[in-house]
Design a protein around this ligand. Structure first.
Ligand SMILES: Nc1nc2c(ncn2[C@@H]2O[C@H](COP(=O)(O)OP(=O)(O)OP(=O)(O)O)[C@@H](O)[C@H]2O)c(=O)[nH]1
Ligand SMILES: [Mg+2]
Length: 299
């Protein structure tokens, strides 16, 4: 049992526009991959908690979906609402931006920060890509003035530059509290949910244009045996022609998705995995509140 006057425990929300590296940062900090990563916007659709526990502190990081302006479908609106809800009841907010990039969506995120009543850090990510350090410095100086940021860090989530410095600096903003989660918890997401995300991640990697955004994954069957875990999952699409694209010529695309997802699942579950995938059509699922709810994209 810890003594609350000696331990700190609090919540940190990571927000920013799509594709800036929020999920990469959280996975890197907690040391496990619990959040899907892809080089495409809107990979993350739900708030995903990743928990870092050390001797005298526990930080619950909240990886959020990218906040974006275009929000035509109910799915897009729900994703935005989910991200914005993570600005409430936290001890620290981290706004993540990409080095040398400032978009209208960053202004849109800033606007959402106006009502936040806790300290906000600015983290400028992907600095490993920038060779001209004087230009980077100028960029950081300019963006730092856009809000009353408590602290500003240039970082690389991927190459692990300055990440620990950020974590250490965040500690003083966390309340003196006992730990909320047991010390060996890395996330509050169910294993099923994480498995569905790893399959969706491979859809993002292997499909082009808007197709991956129109898919959702549902785990139908999850059975852990002594040496193997059997997972059956359905990939939902909104139109018949999308089903063909996901399956691909002679089933090639689906096979690749299955093989790569199985690798991530085996690493995460630390066991052999048998993965069976089906593709099913549910017309316009991304505009159906009922279907979004069933798929765990609640908002
Ligand atoms: N070079 C470089 N690439 C990075 C860095 N951090 C993230 N990336 C890449 O940026 C892309 C997007 O990363 P994600 O972590 O999925 O971004 P996200 O902000 O969670 O995206 P959404 O969930 O769509 O909002 C991936 O290809 C990452 O590998 C970094 O520090 N340096
Ligand atoms: Mg993400």
């Amino acid at each position: 049992m810890q003594n609350s006057s000696a331990t700190r425990c609090g919540h940190i929300s990571i927000v920013g526009h799509p594709n800036v590296g929020k999920s990469t940062l959280m996975n890197q900090i907690i040391g496990y991959k619990v959040s899907a990563i892809a080089n495409k916007p809107q990979t993350t659709r739900n708030v995903i908690r990743g928990i870092l526990t050390q001797d005298n502190y526990q930080i619950i990081f909240m990886d959020t979906p990218g906040i974006h302006i275009q929000s035509k479908s109910l799915l897009n609106k729900t994703i935005n609402r989910e991200a914005i809800s993570a600005l409430e009841d936290v001890d620290l907010v981290v706004m993540l931006v990409e080095a040398m990039v400032w978009t209208k969506e960053d202004d849109f995120v800033l606007k959402r920060l106006e009502n936040v009543n806790c300290p906000v850090f600015l983290l400028v990510n992907k600095v490993d890509r920038i060779k001209q350090k004087d230009k980077l410095l100028h960029f950081i100086q300019t963006v730092s003035t856009k809000y009353n940021f408590k602290e500003v860090f240039p970082i690389s989530a991927k190459k692990v530059i300055n990440v620990d410095e950020f974590v250490q600096s965040s500690l003083k903003y966390l309340p003196k509290n006992e730990f909320i989660y047991p010390e060996d918890f890395i996330t509050d997401q169910s294993v099923r949910f994480i498995c569905s995300e790893f399959i969706r991640e491979q859809l993002m990697h292997n499909l082009h244009q808007e197709v991956p955004y129109l898919t959702a994954v549902e785990i139908e069957h999850f059975e852990e045996k002594a040496h193997i875990t059997r997972i059956h999952a359905t990939i939902w699409v909104g139109k018949k022609n999308q089903k063909g694209m996901i399956i691909g010529k002679k089933g090639e695309v689906l096979k690749r998705v299955g093989t790569e997802a199985r690798r991530s699942l085996e690493e995460f579950l630390m066991t052999k995995v048998f993965l069976k995938l089906w593709v099913k059509v549910e017309e316009n699922w991304h505009n159906s509140p009922k279907h979004l709810k069933e798929l765990g994209i609640s908002g």
